[in-house]
Design a protein around this ligand. Structure first.
Ligand code: RAM
Length: 346
C-alpha cells in the first residue's frame, strides 16, 4: 500500500513537472485540478485516531494538487457540533468541504447552505442520508456496506466458534456508515450461522451506542455485560468502540469475544497479547487521499460526480456507482501474523 502510494506520488510529481514546463500555467500542479484551492477537511471529531490517518491522506493529496487544506471540526462526534464548523467554513469562503457526516440528517441543511454559497461538498467515510444525496457531489466510502457488515459477522463467528449470542457496540445512532453496516449484519447472521443469535432478539435491539466516545463506549461495553451476562461476542464497528472494548475486556478479564473495525496502531497491543484475535479496516489514509482528489476535480469542473462517471486519484481510477458513491475496496484483516506491519502504517 505504502509502495503503491509512493509510486502514485512519484508519478504525480513527474506529471506535474512536465506540465509545468509545457503550456499550462506554472500554478497548475495536476492536470484537471485548479491549484491554490482552499479545502476544509472535517472529521466526525478531531480527536479520533482514525481521522488523524484520514487527514494524513487528505493532506498528502492537498500537497500534490497545490491546495491549502485545513483540518477542522468538533471534539464531539455529533451533527450539531459539526454544524457550527460548517457555518464557519461558509463564512470563511472555502472552495471545498470534505466531510465525514457524524449525523446523516442534522448536517444536511448546513451542507445545502454551503452548496448555495458555491462550496463543493464531498462526503467521505460517512455519508448523508440517501434522500439527501443531492447535498453533496459524491461520497467516497471504503466498501459496500454489505461487505463491511457481513465480514464482521464472519469474524465474530470465528471467534465464538459459530455459536452463542452477539451484541453490537456502535458509534452514534445518527451515523449512516455504522447503521448501514449493522443493517447488513442482521439477516446475514441468521442465515449463515443457525446456532448464533442476537442478544436482544434482533440486531437493532442488540445494538448499544458509545457515540465514538471512549468513556461512553466503555460504559456501554459494561452495560452489555451486565444486561446479557451470557453474551458470547461483541462486534464493534467503530475504531473508538472496539478499542474501548478491548481495553475493558482485558481489564475485567471478560470472557466475551471482541471484534470489529480497529485501527491497527491502536489495536496492536491487544492483538499481540491475544485479548482480541482479529479486527479489520480499510486504509483511512487512502480514503482521505481519494476524497480530496474527487472534491478538487469537482470544484475544478472536470468531474461531475454523476453515476457512471469516473475520476482519477493518483494512478487509480474510481467509478461512481448507484447512489453517487465511489468505493475504495475491501477491508484488510489484522491478526498476530500481520499486525506488526500494519501498525506502522495506520
Ligand atoms: C470510527 C468512526 C468512523 C468509522 C471507523 C470505522 O473511527 O466512526 O466513521 O469509519 O470508526
Amino acid at each position: 500500500m505504502i509502495k503503491k502510494l509512493a509510486k502514485v506520488v512519484a508519478a504525480a510529481a513527474i506529471v506535474g513537472a512536465l506540465v509545468a514546463t509545457a503550456v499550462t500555467p506554472a500554478s497548475a500542479v495536476v492536470p484537471g485540478i485548479k491549484s491554490g484551492l482552499k479545502i476544509a477537511i472535517m472529521p466526525k471529531a478531531v480527536n479520533i485516531g482514525y481521522f488523524t490517518a484520514w487527514n494524513k491522506g487528505a493532506q498528502k493529496a492537498c500537497k500534490e494538487i497545490g491546495a491549502k487544506c485545513t483540518y477542522v471540526g468538533p471534539t464531539e462526534a455529533t451533527g450539531p457540533a459539526q454544524v457550527q464548523f460548517i457555518n464557519k467554513i461558509i463564512q470563511q469562503k472555502y472552495d471545498v468541504l470534505v466531510i465525514s457526516a457524524a449525523d446523516q440528517n442534522a448536517i444536511v441543511p448546513s451542507l445545502k447552505k454551503a452548496k448555495a454559497a458555491g462550496i463543493t461538498v464531498v462526503t467521505s467515510d460517512a455519508d448523508v442520508a440517501e434522500a439527501s444525496a443531492s447535498s453533496r457531489v459524491v461520497s467516497i466510502l471504503p466498501a459496500a456496506s454489505s461487505r463491511i457488515g457481513t465480514a464482521q459477522v464472519d469474524w465474530i463467528a470465528e471467534a465464538v466458534g459459530k455459536k452463542g449470542s452477539i451484541a453490537v457496540l456502535s458509534a452514534a445512532a445518527t451515523a449512516a456508515n455504522q447503521n448501514a453496516w449493522i443493517k447488513a449484519m442482521g439477516p446475514y447472521l441468521t442465515k449463515k450461522y443457525p446456532k448464533m443469535s442476537w442478544v436482544g432478539g434482533t440486531v437493532g435491539k442488540s445494538t448499544f451506542y458509545g457515540d465514538d466516545d471512549a468513556t461512553k463506549s466503555t460504559a456501554q461495553f459494561a452495560a452489555i455485560l451486565s444486561q446479557y451476562p451470557d453474551v458470547a461476542g461483541i462486534i464493534s464497528p467503530t475504531t473508538v468502540g472496539v478499542l474501548a472494548a478491548a481495553i475493558e475486556k482485558k481489564a475485567k478479564s471478560a470472557k466475551v469475544k471482541v471484534t470489529g473495525l480497529g485501527l491497527p496502531s491502536q489495536m496492536a497491543p491487544y492483538i499481540e497479547d491475544g485479548t482480541v484475535k482479529k479486527v479489520g479496516l480499510w486504509n483511512p489514509i487512502d480514503l482521505g487521499y481519494v476524497a480530496v482528489y474527487a472534491a478538487a476535480r469537482a470544484e475544478s469542473g472536470t468531474f461531475t460526480g454523476k453515476v457512471g462517471t469516473s475520476f482519477k486519484a493518483g494512478t487509480t481510477t474510481y467509478k461512481v456507482t448507484t447512489g453517487g458513491v465511489a468505493f475504495l475496496g475491501d477491508p484488510f484483516t489484522f491478526t498476530k501474523e500481520n499486525i506488526k506491519t500494519f501498525k506502522k502504517i495506520y
